[in-house]
Design a protein around this ligand. Sequence first.
Ligand SMILES: Nc1nc2c(ncn2[C@@H]2O[C@H](COP(=O)(O)OP(=O)(O)O)[C@@H](O)[C@H]2O)c(=O)[nH]1
Ligand SMILES: [Mg+2]
Length: 233
Amino acid sequence: MLPWIVLPTYNEAENLALLVGELQRIVEANFVIVDDHSPDGTGAIADQLAEHNQRMVVLHRSGKLGLGSAYQEGFRLALTHGATIVVQMDADGSHDPKLLPALLHQAESHDMVIASRYIRGGSFPIVWYRRWISMVGNYYIRLLLGWSIRDWSTGYKVWQGGFLQRVMTVPSNGVGYAWLMEMTWITRKLQGRIIEVPMRFQERRSGQSKFSWRIATEDILVAWKLFWRRSNL
Ligand SMILES: Nc1nc2c(ncn2[C@@H]2O[C@H](COP(=O)(O)OP(=O)(O)O)[C@@H](O)[C@H]2O)c(=O)[nH]1
Ligand SMILES: [Mg+2]
């Protein structure tokens, strides 16, 4: 069974085709692109790509509904098709496709594989204030939710389909980036087998980040909610 790669997009017109091309050279896979009616026409580019690839499905949503909710829809679709391995990655070129074979290899013996910026060998060479926000934010999440995970907020992960199905049945709070951390928290509570693999994060290839203070606030609030939930799933 081929892996399913889920790519959420919002204004990634200049990045999407390049990324899909790179991925196709590296792995044979099914694709789900979840586009939130990007004003820059990313949705139409996704449709063109899908015309030439029978293994690609494009989900068009009515508007910008959040990164976490885009992943949830993409994951559900992949799982409905019986996915045994599901890949989660950004569509802006920050997550290196060349790392994917190593992540897939680890997914043979783990339920969730984290591409991690914060273990030895990982790095995060982006503009200083974003690096600072991520490092401080991640430190704060580790204080609340646990030291055993080094990178709580990465968006590059590989899941075993059966385990992901279980994780998806647990109610979650986050609809934005906070959901990334929440999935890791649920995985730990379900005693999933987790491994972190070092990743050299790259600056996005083109376009602008959708990160905002509203998203950061959601992260902080959800981290506290999870802290108070403790072991209650
Ligand atoms: N479908 C969808 N994709 C999103 C949304 N917000 C961000 N993305 C995508 O999620 C990925 C990560 O977003 P990005 O702006 O690069 O965040 P950053 O890496 O934290 O700066 C990119 O592929 C975005 O296009 C959203 O609301 N809906
Ligand atoms: Mg990015």
